[in-house]
Design a protein around this ligand. Structure first.
Ligand code: ATP
Ligand code: MG
Length: 392
């Protein structure tokens, strides 16, 4: 029944003379998303509107699902497209559209006609009135309400005529690729995939780094992170995932430093390594899933101690979210089920019974002086031996 979609976007519309850049990115990203769906599509931009039109048979649900993963889209309107064979034919098609689309005809409506082609023999007001009358005749249960209708029946007269009334929600945000790049510290938990998703939602390209500690962490724990990266990349596009072997560094810190400071010092090394890859990828910032007070390493003092080693801005989108709010997002984006799989991560393996909750940066720095040049070699080895997995 549906041959095309009108793609609605919100925030891009307010961009001044750069608006076309955002629209072009949206068009490209929608194309890329639809490439994965059975069927041929054309995505076009016309007078401040974006259309996805099917050039062959296609799977409707898959196409909607693909578009619902494209940031920048706030609404997806499935359209029936007909040729202009005169007003009576249009009216017949509109009635058929309502017949097929609404099982229950007990609704209020108004017709909203728009003529992109001004040579159509009736003006918009006349089309609205005449079509409204035809609908009332065909479906006496319906009522017109021009102020607060339940159904807005849109009729766009272009080369074809588009008929639509339903808006399926899009994910919102800004098209990925319009706001730089950042490096996500992606663990197997609930929070970091959400943090990556939220940042990508604002148009940021996301790459990721995962620290594993074989044999203390398993292949399955790593696979879980790869799976989470795939879930995020379904929204954010292709992602470079660096898998860093962190075992030597972690063991060495465990050997040399006070155990209650282990997590903080370890996290400082994670940030340093993540920043190394961020620079290599031309990223402008780091992303973590930290949230104030969630664990000992996420108190204000711990965050300050972790942050201190970074020269790049560190983005923490869930910093003020309650756990349940983070869970709600993870359920929405489909990462929750994977995140709760019970595979250990490298932070839990060596965790101290009573980690410091108010680390003093100077004390931490002093503890780090106990790590000799050996740590630099380990750092070097860790980045050199990192495995790059191309996601998406
Ligand atoms: P998450 O649910 O994201 O794992 P968490 O509540 O378990 O977070 P921590 O383990 O303290 O919190 O980690 C805080 C943040 O540090 C994570 O959100 C993530 O960004 C990063 N991080 C922690 N462990 C790793 C890891 N093994 N690899 C990459 N990043 C990590
Ligand atoms: Mg974690």
């Amino acid at each position: 029944m549906f041959k095309a979609f009108l793609i609605k976007y919100a925030e891009i519309g307010v961009k001044g003379k750069n608006r076309y850049l955002f629209e072009n990115a949206l068009v490209d990203n929608a194309k890329r998303a639809l490439d994965k769906v059975d069927g041929d599509f054309e995505v076009t931009k016309e007078n401040g509107r974006v259309y996805a039109t099917a050039k062959s048979k296609f799977d409707f649900d898959d196409a909607v699902d693909a578009l619902q993963h494209v940031f920048g889209i706030v609404g997806i309107c499935p359209m029936v497209q007909i040729e202009d064979n005169g007003f009576e034919d249009l009216a017949d098609n509109v009635i058929k559209y309502i017949e097929d689309t609404y099982e229950d005809k007990n609704f209020t409506f108004k017709v909203m006609a728009r003529r992109a082609r001004k040579n159509y023999p009736m003006d918009s007001m006349k089309i609205n009135a005449e079509l409204g009358g035809k609908i009332l005749d065909a479906f006496p249960e319906t009522k017109v309400d021009v102020h607060n209708p339940e159904v807005i029946l849109n009729v766009e007269i272009r080369n074809h005529i588009n008929i639509y009334s339903k808006i399926l929600p899009g994910p919102g945000g800004m098209p990925v690729g319009t706001a730089g790049k950042a490096m996500l510290l992606l663990s197997g938990g609930i929070d970091s995939p959400v943090a990556g998703w939220m940042t990508a939602k604002r148009g940021v390209v996301v790459d990721a780094v995962y620290f594993h500690a074989p044999p203390y962490t398993s292949e399955r724990a790593k696979q879980k992170v790869v799976d989470l990266a795939k879930i995020v990349s379904k929204y954010s596009g292709p992602m470079n995932l660096y898998v860093v072997n962190f075992t030597d560094i972690q063991m060495y810190i465990y050997d040399k430093c006070p155990h209650d400071e282990l997590t903080i010092i370890m996290r400082r090394y994670m940030m340093r390594i993540a920043e190394y890859f961020a620079k290599q990828e031309g990223a402008q910032g780091l992303i973590t899933g930290e949230s104030i007070g969630q664990v000992a390493s996420q108190t204000m003092q711990s965050l300050a101690a972790t942050n201190e080693v970074c020269t790049m801005p560190v983005f923490r989108p869930v910093i003020a979210f309650d756990k349940q709010e983070i869970v709600d997002v993870s359920l929405k984006i489909g990462s929750y089920e994977t995140s709760i799989l019970p595979y250990e991560d490298c932070c839990t393996t060596f965790v101290a019974k009573h980690p410091v909750t108010k680390p003093n940066i100077n004390v931490i720095k002093h503890s780090e002086t106990k790590l000799s040049e050996e740590i630099d070699d380990m750092f070097k080895k860790a980045v050199e031996t990192a495995e790059l997995i191309k996601i998406g």
